[in-house]
Design a protein around this ligand. Structure first.
Ligand SMILES: Cc1cc2nc3c(=O)[nH]c(=O)nc-3n(C[C@H](O)[C@H](O)[C@H](O)COP(=O)(O)O)c2cc1C
Length: 453
């Protein structure tokens, strides 16, 4: 296999499915444009990969966005289809491949250290009107566990504050937050590298939640089907992807506490909830003309899909262990990360309630879960609502669990807790109702006729 990079992925897509790419060659503003473009296309239910060739002030760097805008494109990263994604994910996750360390790589075509560092040379954009400033929303933060040395990758919004400084938020309080907490206890800053643009398999590995002992570079290798190619960073003791477009090196500073935010979050609201950390940059490594990957933040397809594709695979596998007739799970976009629909074949009354309790327990972000029969397509929200309209009675089929731990970015949550609602929209097993059916023979005829046009 050749170079596995952002540009190799884009080139392959361009060759095999050019209709999946929207290229803008006119000059466009750096600030706000990508978000406006994605939102307008989204209103038209279009989600192409976006390449902005001529962004004002970008110094000729193409800006790439909406890479993760569809499930099909995400499945392509694992060389599979949307239907095959869950099993492909689980299989690859269980087959990590150790990285390969190279002396150098294209990411070091230009290395700027100390006074040469000038973050204003990068097309770091403002995305929403109420954002506190320009933000990197696509940065993968790479760090090593201060005790075990295990590599972690995760996303953290980064507000550009000065030539060599960002505000950074660790509000999901996941592994990076714990690494920093432990480093700070020893009085040490935490060395981190920020990747802007690399093969999208790194992005999937960074977005998924796995155990603290899982090395996410090795996980990336499993997803790629070959060891991730890494090279030593220039000013810190970390390995970075040799084929990345841009990498920022530096430290999260112990004891620093500065305002960060507000920023447009996946809930669709602007929020200042932040851990108010500070990241000081010691080096910029980059290609001569790097692709600058931007990730459309806020309530966008790509922000939401990245956060949930691996989660859906994990939740599906766990729930299926207990509910063997489980057919599908969808965390719909409309619910941000707070709603999930499941379909299954019911064989006993009460099974839906049992499954719904398990589903709520498997993911603390969930606050509305709906169970439907296997004839309902959970990826078609209209069908789920139709099942609720015709198979659910609110006095019998709904239960609510008050005051449960939840996601604090939900603006309706109160003091970190939320009510959890479960809806059983399955039909009773004994039911004298017949769903309208069409004739399979004429269905086939229609498909043939329309397909021929
Ligand atoms: C697009 C995207 C943006 C995110 N932004 C942030 C952020 O700004 N701050 C934060 O603490 N977590 C953020 N997260 C969540 C973490 O990056 C994510 O939960 C990650 O899986 C944590 O990894 P870990 O479990 O290996 O630590 C974001 C996730 C995604 C997918």
């Amino acid at each position: 296999m050749g170079e596995m990079s952002l540009r190799s992925f884009v080139a392959q897509l361009e060759q095999e499915q050019p209709g999946e790419i929207l290229r803008v060659s006119e000059q466009v503003p750096q600030d706000f444009f990508l978000t406006s473009l994605e939102q307008e296309l989204s209103r038209q239910q279009k989600y192409p990969l976006l390449i902005l060739d001529n962004v004002e002030g970008a110094g000729g760097m193409p800006v790439v966005g909406n890479l993760f805008g569809t499930r099909e494109r995400i499945a392509r990263i694992l060389n599979t289809t949307q239907a095959g994604f869950n099993s492909a994910w689980l299989e690859r996750e269980e087959s990590p491949i150790q990285p390969v360390v190279l002396p150098t790589g294209p990411v070091k075509e230009i290395v700027q250290v100390g006074d040469q560092v000038d973050l204003y040379q990068l097309p770091i954009a403002r995305h929403f009107l109420d954002d506190a400033g320009p933000y990197i929303s696509s940065g993968i933060v790479v760090a090593k566990d201060p005790d075990s040395g295990t590599y972690n990758m995760s996303f953290h919004r980064m507000q550009l504050k000065a030539r060599d400084k960002f505000g950074i938020s660790l509000h999901s309080r996941a592994h990076l937050w714990d690494y920093f907490r432990r480093a700070a206890e020893k009085g040490q800053d935490l060395e981190v590298a920020i990747i802007i643009g690399c093969h999208p398999a790194y992005y999937l590995a960074a977005a998924c939640k796995v155990g603290m002992d899982v090395d996410e570079y090795a996980l990336t290798g499993g997803l790629l089907g070959q060891g991730a190619e890494l090279t030593p960073a220039q000013t810190i003791d970390l390995l970075i992807p040799a084929n990345a477009e841009i990498v920022l090196e530096g430290k999260i500073i112990v004891g620093a506490d500065e305002p960060e935010g507000p920023f447009g979050e996946y809930t669709g609201y602007s929020t200042s909830r932040s851990t108010r950390n500070v990241f000081k940059v010691s080096a910029v490594c980059r290609r001569k003309t790097p692709y600058y990957l931007d990730l459309v933040p806020g309530y966008s397809n790509e922000h939401l899909l990245l956060g949930r594709v691996a989660k859906e695979a994990h939740v599906f596998a766990r729930l299926k262990e207990v509910v063997p007739t489980l057919k599908a799970i969808n965390f719909p976009k409309s619910g941000t990360h707070f709603h999930a629909y499941m379909s299954f074949k019911k064989t006993e009354e009460g099974q839906a309630r049992h499954a719904l309790m398990l589903l709520l327990g498997l993911d603390s972000y969930l606050k509305l879960v709906v169970a439907v029969d296997e004839d309902v397509d959970v990826f078609n929200e209209e069908e789920v609502l139709w099942a609720m309209a015709t198979r659910m009675q609110a006095d019998k089929d709904v239960f609510i669990v008050p005051s449960v731990f939840c996601n604090k970015l939900d603006p309706s949550a109160r003091e970190g807790v939320s009510a959890k609602m479960a809806i059983d929209a399955t039909a009773p097993l004994e039911w004298d109702v017949i769903r309208c059916r069409t004739n399979p023979a004429t269905d086939g005829l229609v498909r043939k006729l329309l397909g021929d046009r």
